[in-house]
Structure formats: C-alpha cells, structure tokens
Design a protein around this ligand. Structure first.
Ligand SMILES: [Zn+2]
Length: 238
C-alpha cells in the first residue's frame, strides 16, 4: 500500500503552513521586550529624580553656607563693640535671630533631603540590578527565539524540496485544481474520505463517489468542493 500522493502533498503543505505559523508567533513574542522597556523607563525615572534632588541639595547647601557666613558677620558686629546705638543693636539682634532661624529650617530640609537621597540611591541600585538581569535574560531569550526560527526555516526549506518531488508525478490539471483549492479553502485542498465521510465538511459520500475513489478517479466533494482522496492508494490509476 502506498499513501495517496495527493494526501502526501497536502500533508507536506500542512507541515509547511504549521511551521510558518509558528515562525510568525515566535517573531510576535514581545512580552520580554516590553518588560525590559518598562524596567528601563523606571530606571530613567529614578535617575532623574535623584539628579533633581541632588541639584536641590547643592543649592540648599550653598544657601545654608551663605546664611552661616552672614550669621557670623552679624554676630561679630553685634558683640564686637563697634555698635553702641541701642536701636541699631536691637535691629542687629533681630537680624541675627532671623538668619539663624532660616539657617536651622534649611538644615532640617537638608537632613530630610539626605534621607531621601539615601532612599532613592538604594532604589536605583536595586532597579539597576533588576535591569541588568532583564537585559541578560532578554539577550538569551532573543538568541533562543532566533534559533527556534532558524530551525523552522531550515525544516521548511527541506519540506519545500520534498514538496517539489511530491508534485512531479501529478498531472498539471490536478496540480492546477489543487493549487486553486489550496488558496480558496484555507490551505486544505484535499479532504480524506474516512468512514464514508468527507473530512473537510463531514458530508456523507454517495456510493458512486466511493466507487470513483476506489478506481482512483479524480473526484470532488459535492458539498465543499475539495478534492477527495482515500488514504489507500491504488497504483493502477488511469
Ligand atoms: Zn466536503
């Protein structure tokens, strides 16, 4: 017994189509790239926050130093003995107090900023470690995907060769019908007849159809229009 060459051709085309669908699915895998992009965006966001905070700390530090210098100057003037006018002394005292109050509140802000900076630095370190891991994983996953795709492409190439061989013994007219049906019937040009039924649409086969098939004559399903074939093939085709 030999497998019907029409079914053999259909099987090869099915295998090729399945591999092509798998390649499309593999190329469409985006999940790992999206996770990576998300982690990169988070890292950038944290970096930016830290930079802004550090800039603010630098400005506040400079401002605090200015207030420090000013307080020292006011202090020296107040207790240096050069000012004796009571009103002037009172004004100086007020100014010194105000400067020190500003300085203290700025020192509190600076302290809070330091805590925040520590916290952000920690978060950024964790995020960068996570990102490095994701980058390594993504690289590996990509290489794996490419290998999977390549394996399927190679398999398709060898199936194409087999397919050409499988087509050679078939008559032009038959191939023409096959190719047209392949296009119009979603890749299934041939329907195998099993248990007296068309496997393409489920229609029951009348006796004369079965006889045609047993005699190896070209036959189409009257319901779905596909080429019909029995798995068992009779060599004495006429
Ligand atoms: Zn049918």
């Amino acid at each position: 017994m030999q497998v019907n060459p029409l079914l053999a051709l259909q099987d090869l085309d099915d295998q090729i189509a399945k591999l092509q669908r798998e390649i499309v699915a593999l190329k469409g895998e985006r999940g790992f790239l999206e996770r990576l992009a998300q982690a990169q965006a988070q890292e950038r966001e944290l970096s930016l926050q830290l930079e802004k905070l550090q800039e603010r700390q630098r400005q506040n530090n400079a401002r605090e130093e200015e207030l420090q210098v000013r307080a020292q100057r006011l202090h020296a003037k107040l207790y240096g003995g050069s000012v004796i006018n009571p009103k002037e002394l009172k004004d100086l005292q007020g100014e010194l107090l105000e400067t020190k109050t500003k300085q203290e509140s700025l020192q509190e802000i600076l302290l809070l900023g330091m805590e925040e900076e520590e916290d952000l630095t920690q978060k950024l370190t964790t995020q960068r470690q996570e990102l490095e891991k994701l980058e390594r994983d993504a690289k590996q996953h990509l290489a794996h995907l490419l290998r999977q795709i390549k394996r399927r492409q190679e398999r398709i190439a060898s199936l194409q060769t087999e397919r050409q061989k499988a087509r050679q013994p078939l008559e032009q007219q038959l191939l023409y019908a096959y190719d047209n049906l392949h296009k119009s019937k979603g890749g299934r040009a041939v329907a195998e007849v099993t248990n007296n039924q068309c496997s393409g649409c489920g229609a029951k086969m009348p006796e004369h159809k079965l006889n045609e098939l047993r005699q190896n004559r070209l036959s189409f399903c009257e319901t779905c229009g596909r080429l019909l074939a029995l798995r068992r093939f009779f060599e004495s085709r006429t």
